[in-house]
Design a protein around this ligand. Sequence first.
Ligand code: ADP
Ligand code: MG
Length: 329
Amino acid sequence: MREFDLINQYFKLPDQAPRADVIVGIGDDAAITAPQPGNLLVTAIDTLVAGRHFPEDAPADSVGHKALAVNLSDLAAMGAEPCWATLAITLPEINEPWIAQFMHGFSQLAQQHRITLIGGDTTQGPLTITVQVTGQMAGDRITHTTINSPNTTPPKALTRHDAQPGDQLYVSGQIGNGALGLRQYMSPSSTPTTDRITHVAKQAFLYPQPRVALGQALNGIANACIDVSDGLLADIEHMLAASQVGACVDLSAVPYADPAGDQSLQLNGGDDYELCFTVPTCHIAKLTPLLTNDRFGTTFTHIGTITAAPTFIDQHNQPIQTAGYQHFT
Ligand code: ADP
Ligand code: MG
């Protein structure tokens, strides 16, 4: 099969509900899109390398799902609405059943979030997948440049650098599914947890659900937000460093995927793709309707408080050590 046939057959997806804002999609030298006037564009990109970011033998539809999901999770953490994606894929060979399954996983999630694949690149080499997603967010140059001013009124972007002392810290869903799911996938017989917990963890590891609707709902309520990709503690630390604040986290309040299991593994494992966010006390009342809204597919839990002192401590005032995922170590 030739490269062009591959693109036409597998990557040029029939859109069930075509987006009117895609002027030129797959097939030309570049794609053309028309953002809504009065919106900012929000862009994220992530690469998955076989054997590094996913097991070489992972189901192909899970690889397609995850390649898009990790990017949607980044847009969710910014409070943006995802719109368009591009896909650069490096394949060792043309394995048609694998590519068909990969695109099945990708396009199911794309349809769920009304995203259109508008272009990409196809090359030969070790299996590597890069997806870029662009979204929109209400705003303009003026509100953008005043994002950090105390006088700014919503809408404003949801960033990781705006956590304020006194903010309350929350996390969505459960923490530890990424780590437990990977362990379950790699050695199915070694897990001491219940069948239900391992099944949920494995599904969440293979098919993470990005918290896109929740992120958009938090825009204008939360002061800061980050998605949990490197491990809850490491990602909280990233947010604290960017915001130049500290935090006191009640580690016993964290919604562990396996409450009786290894807490350190679950706090540091990563790949959860939940949202961790801070809310000023004046906006806490706005969280109540969100807690019971089925649209988000998840709920969230209070786990701590942001402090002016730049320390990271637990409920016993002991320093919290982090050991999240790092590249190049
Ligand atoms: P060019 O040589 O002009 O860069 P290509 O031959 O690489 O174009 O691609 C032809 C068209 O197919 C382009 O519109 C490109 O965006 C699209 N395309 C190529 N590979 C992919 C892919 N993996 N997924 C989606 N679109 C792709
Ligand atoms: Mg060209």
